[in-house]
Design a protein around this ligand. Structure first.
Ligand SMILES: [Zn+2]
Length: 554
């Protein structure tokens, strides 16, 4: 799971549903619709209540303790800990009576019948270089800049791109603010040089814009600018960084010496190549129009005549195989069983880096434990849901959502017969009362005090849900109380989401994100089993179960 989620959901709540008088503010009624009290509006069906009672803390805790144990070595992609974790998951499915896909590979011995192979490119000994060639009349000047000194490369396969360069200002297109840095520029087939961050002026300091263009994480900060450049037809982006670039390099920001990329492209690899360059390297490019990286901040976008840049990346490429683990429970209705609901959780985490181990208890042993217990409870239920349920345990989420991306391109159940995707990622940390109070205030919920009076932090969750799916939101409004939870529905499009629902969202499928809260040890070695709240994992697992049950029986 990537940190993108929290700021986005808060800002969407504020900007789209808040009380601000902006002309696209939604009516106040919408805000109230997004809050769900834990008070049941209807009796919980007995079969559902019985199944929910079967999801218990000790079993969840045992899965988490095992999957986050030191012997799992942080379940890093390409490591034996992740292999062991996937075998554990397959064995747990078999023990719970959740079969692998009917009719396919049933002759394969267990646990192999549960695996879906996911090919991944591994690149080691990465190298990168930017060459700037500037032609003035007869004279040609060439300068080269190397990775780790004057430039930093996004994760890319070995390749070489040579193209003329266009300076596209901040690389921002924001219609509402009347800004389009690409207006009148022809960047098709060109490399664009784009400044980091935001233009000056208070109108650019809105949280939504700061989160889009000024986020702390590199990938998040540049994602929108890359997408805008791609849409305009550019072939690569030179990201002009500020004076602190050298400090960042010295503090250890670098390209991983071992990269993983999806075998067929897709996902993050679809983004344009991004090379972040130092002010000195940028000056070599901008000198063609008598600018430098400082004066360019006040300059208009302009083509750079006579400047050609070559971006070259290299390394040793190798094909490696990782695996998704998949179980199926056939629907009970002869007709509706053709339709499936996919529930997924990623198995991988950050692994071991040198001597440092990243156990990933919350991220995402918590989601794995929940999914295993949901599958077990469904397999044990005397009455099966009408639609088919698919339990998918993904590989490679942390390095680029490889497993879920591969599924969307090679689904073992046709996407056109998939009703929704439910994602479990980081569900072991609850919200604090202070955070819930702030959310209520920020969204301007009418009678917010009444909602707050009925809420305890332990009984609150904020699932994300595809904004285009009112049906899914309605199912969540029923599932919350069934699981004893008050909810705030965070409705977004999910297409740049920070976990495995992203590629489903991009494929147009309705999705739900079950997520608890960020915590200080997020993506740190301190994300251990004793730090998370297994009762919270239980509540979220029950919420996901109730959602799946209601959806699969609709
Ligand atoms: Zn995660």
């Amino acid at each position: 799971m990537r940190r993108l989620v929290v700021p986005l959901c808060l800002f969407v709540a504020v900007s789209a549903a808040g009380p601000s008088p902006g002309k696209d503010a939604k009516p106040a009624l919408k805000v109230a619709d997004d809050f769900v009290s834990a008070e049941p509006r209807e009796p919980v069906p007995t079969s559902l209540a019985a199944a929910l009672a079967g999801i218990k803390v000790p079993a969840l805790g045992a899965h988490i303790a095992f999957l986050a144990a030191p012997s799992m070595e942080g379940r890093g992609l390409g490591g034996r800990g992740l292999e062991a974790a996937s075998e554990y998951v397959a064995a747990a499915l078999a023990l719970a009576g959740v079969p692998p896909r009917a009719g396919s590979d049933t002759k394969k011995p267990l646990p192999e019948a549960y695996f879906q192979s996911v090919p991944i490119r591994e690149i080691t000994a990465f190298t990168g270089e930017v060459t700037v060639e500037r032609r003035q009349g007869e004279q040609v000047r060439t300068r080269s800049f190397s990775s780790g000194v004057d430039c930093l490369f996004s994760e890319a396969p070995p390749q070489s791109i040579t193209a003329p360069v266009v300076f596209a200002g901040y690389g921002i297109r924001e219609e509402k603010l009347g800004r389009d840095d690409y207006r009148g520029l022809d960047v098709r087939g060109r490399i664009v040089a784009v400044l980091f961050g935001l233009p000056s002026g208070t109108e650019w300091q809105k949280p939504e814009l700061v989160s889009r263009y000024g986020a702390e994480k590199t990938r998040e900060r540049w994602a929108a600018k890359l997408e805008t450049a791609r849409a305009a037809g550019a072939v690569a982006v030179l990201g002009v960084e500020g004076e602190e670039f050298a400090t960042r390099l010295l503090q250890g920001e670098h390209v991983e010496p071992r990269l993983f990329l999806p075998f067929e492209g897709g996902g993050e690899a679809e983004a344009l190549p991004l090379v972040r360059v130092s002010p000195a390297a940028a000056d070599a490019v901008l000198a063609a129009v008598s600018l430098d990286s400082a004066s360019a901040r006040a300059a208009k976008p302009i083509a750079l005549p006579g400047v050609t840049v070559t971006i070259r990346t290299g390394g040793t490429e190798r094909l490696v195989t990782s695996r998704n683990v998949v179980g199926f429970i056939a629907g009970s209705d002869a007709k509706l069983r053709e339709e499936a609901l996919v529930i997924g959780a990623h198995m991988d985490h950050l692994g071991r880096v040198g001597d440092v181990m990243y156990p990933g208890a919350d991220d995402n042993a918590s989601g794995l434990a929940a999914l295993l217990e949901i599958a077990r409870a469904l397999a044990a239920a005397p009455e099966k849901p009408r639609r088919t349920l698919v339990f998918a345990f993904w590989t490679g989420e942390e390095k680029g959502k490889f497993g879920s991306g591969y599924w969307v391109r090679h689904p073992l159940w046709p996407l056109k017969h998939t009703v929704a995707y439910l994602n479990l990622d980081m569900i072991g940390h609850p919200w604090s009362m202070e955070e819930i109070r702030k959310l209520v205030a920020d969204t301007g919920l009418p009678n917010g005090e009444r909602f707050l009076a009925g809420v305890k932090p332990a009984d609150f969750a904020e699932p994300g849900v595809a904004e285009w799916s009112p049906a899914l939101a309605e199912v969540l409004r029923r599932a919350g109380p069934a699981a004893g939870l008050a909810l705030h529905l965070d409705r977004t499009d999910g297409k740049n989401g920070g976990s495995d629902y992203r590629d489903f969202a991009r494929a147009g499928l309705p999705w739900v994100r079950f997520f608890g809260n960020f915590f200080p040890a997020y993506h740190e070695p301190g994300d251990t089993a004793d730090q998370l709240d297994s009762a919270q994992v239980q509540r979220m697992a029950r919420l996901c179960f109730a959602t799946a049950w209601l959806l699969a029986n609709r």
